[in-house]
Design a protein around this ligand. Structure first.
Ligand code: NAD
Length: 491
């Protein structure tokens, strides 16, 4: 549909539609039945790329290829140093093809190019480097026993790993799963989200170029329910399922995995709480709070989507926060000046619009922002909502933030912990004791103090409650992607 933004209205129709295949057993192929689907650029509204639509047949082919590569191929047997060399080459190729990868994610789901090129590409490469290094350097435990026996651990690769990814940080979240799985000697089948499939095929092409043997890193395209996603998660030939996506999907996948007793790791939705105490440095708090909710148009599992501000500083905070929200530049995501792109798809826009349209009915006041043109929602700041409003409880996954006052530390801890989600929280305070005290009492997987988004890949990452099951990162990824084995010896 027509857009009047630069590059939108009157933009030439996509000159040609790019075609990307599945990558199975080292070959780029279409589906056996010839079925395809298109990816629509949410800024132009045009289909820019075409993909094979996989089903049970492609799931079977990919699992068979990954199983062969695991049982008979060199990858699990070549040792961690040799794998590290190949994965490091892969990381270098990712950087060298950064423009192509970044544009693929930006066209697929509308994230600003500065984000995909400046953040997601280097983070993707870094994930492969980090986990290759980590696997090489990780030590195993040796346990001398009083009885004179000696026990030690071995971390054997788990086998065939299925990785299912969402569309909000396509290549970056895929690499967060694929990198540790490969580094520990597994073989992988990645199913990217149907709204952001292109970068996965590019990654698989580059993996082959880097020397990762055929069948070790496979990519299949398609949908979830009644499609290749469901076929993969119900497959008895799979040893691990690692999933990132919505909490409701996580429940379906956990049930499918249970039938085969397949271990599953679930990184699910969030409702990040962001607490600004009266003793906060307000400039720091405003700066991070803006980035926490409006980066990637709020389509971030960690988004700081509910801000609790101490009543004493609420007015001062809101004045600066609203001004900063108004100053954000939305536009063509391919333009380096753009900070906020369109939402990822018409379907997702309709979901977010449901929340935008009901703010007033729920008792809220909009201080700035709202529906824009096309699939845009301009950064939206809402006050006055009660804790039972859907906007306050549910994951909106868009650029809409609620701001609510509180009076005491005890009260705000209760407000944060009342959410069914428990992925992350932020707190802003210049009082060291308060920061440690409150961080310890929040039922979430990550607490950021006076910052946000900062990650150490050795740290655990994951959520409590509806935000997930399990942790990934460093040794936590090793626990999931290996079968730790005890060997006990009589000395
Ligand atoms: P989604 O659950 O709709 O889809 C995620 C993936 O699962 C897609 O590849 C989809 O095709 C597949 N899928 C859907 N149903 C399936 C089924 N029955 N069987 C197998 N596969 C199935 O999620 P989304 O809309 O793509 O992503 C947004 C969600 O992801 C948000 O809730 C967000 O919070 C969450 N997320 C979480 C994290 C985290 O680390 N915790 C990170 C990013 C995104």
């Amino acid at each position: 549909h027509p857009l009047t933004r630069p590059g939108g209205a009157g933009a030439a129709p996509a000159a040609e539609v790019a075609v990307f295949g599945h990558v199975i057993d080292g070959r780029e192929v279409m589906s056996a039945d010839g079925a395809t689907f298109d990816s629509v650029d949410p800024y132009t509204g045009e289909a820019w790329a075409r993909f094979p639509l996989g089903g049970a047949a492609e799931a079977d082919l990919a699992v068979a290829a990954a199983r062969r590569a695991f049982d008979e191929g060199p990858w699990p047997r070549m040792g961690r140093r040799a794998r590290r060399e190949i994965l490091t080459r892969f990381a270098e190729l990712i950087l060298a093809h950064g423009d192509e990868l970044a544009l693929a994610d930006t066209r697929d789901m509308g994230k600003p190019i500065t984000q995909s090129r400046g953040n997601d590409v280097p983070r993707t490469a870094d994930n492969f480097r980090f986990f290759a290094d980590h696997a090489l350097l990780a030590t195993a435990e040796a346990l001398p026993m009083d009885s004179g026996h000696h026990a030690y651990t071995r971390y054997e690769p788990a086998g065939v790993v299925v990785a299912i990814a969402p569309w909000n940080f396509p290549m970056m979240l895929e690499s967060w799963k694929v990198a540790p799985a490969l580094a520990w000697g597994n073989t992988v089948i990645l199913k990217p989200a149907e709204d952001s499939p292109a970068s996965a095929t590019i990654l698989a092409r580059l993996a082959l170029e880097a020397g990762i043997p055929p069948g070790v890193f496979n990519v299949v395209h398609g949908y979830g329910p009644d499609s290749v996603g469901a076929a993969l998660t119900a497959h008895a030939g799979v040893d691990r399922i690692t999933f990132t996506g919505e909490s409701a999907t996580g429940r379906v996948i956990a049930a499918a995995a249970a039938a085969n007793l397949t271990p599953v790791s679930l990184e699910l939705g969030g409702k990040g709480a962001n607490v600004v105490f009266a003793d906060a440095d307000l400039d720091t708090a405003v700066d991070w709070s803006i980035r926490a909710i409006f980066t990637n148009a709020g389509q971030v599992c960690l988004a700081g989507s509910r801000i609790y501000v101490h009543r004493g500083v609420q007015e001062a905070f809101l004045e600066r926060f609203v001004a900063a929200a108004r100053a954000m530049v939305s536009g063509d995501p391919k333009d380096p000046g753009t900070q906020v792109g369109p939402l990822s798809s018409a379907g997702h826009h309709a979901k977010v619009r449901g929340y935008v349209d009901t703010v007033a009915a729920a008792g809220g006041a909009v201080l700035t922002g709202g529906l824009g043109e096309g699939l845009f929602v301009e950064p939206m700041v809402v006050t006055g909502l009660g804790e039972d409003a859907p906007h306050q409880r549910e994951e909106i996954f868009g650029p809409l933030v609620t701001v609510t006052p509180f009076d005491t530390e005890e009260e705000v801890i209760g407000l944060v912990n009342a959410s069914p989600f428990g992925l992350n929280a932020m707190l802003f305070s210049e009082n060291l004791s308060r920061a440690h005290r409150v961080a310890g009492r929040l039922t979430v997987g990550t607490v950021w103090v006076n910052c946000f988004f900062i990650r150490d890949l050795r740290a655990p990452f994951g959520g409590v409650g509806d935000s997930g099951v399990g942790r990934e990162g460093g040794t936590f990824s090793r626990e999931f992607f290996t079968e730790p084995k005890a060997v006990v010896m009589q000395i």
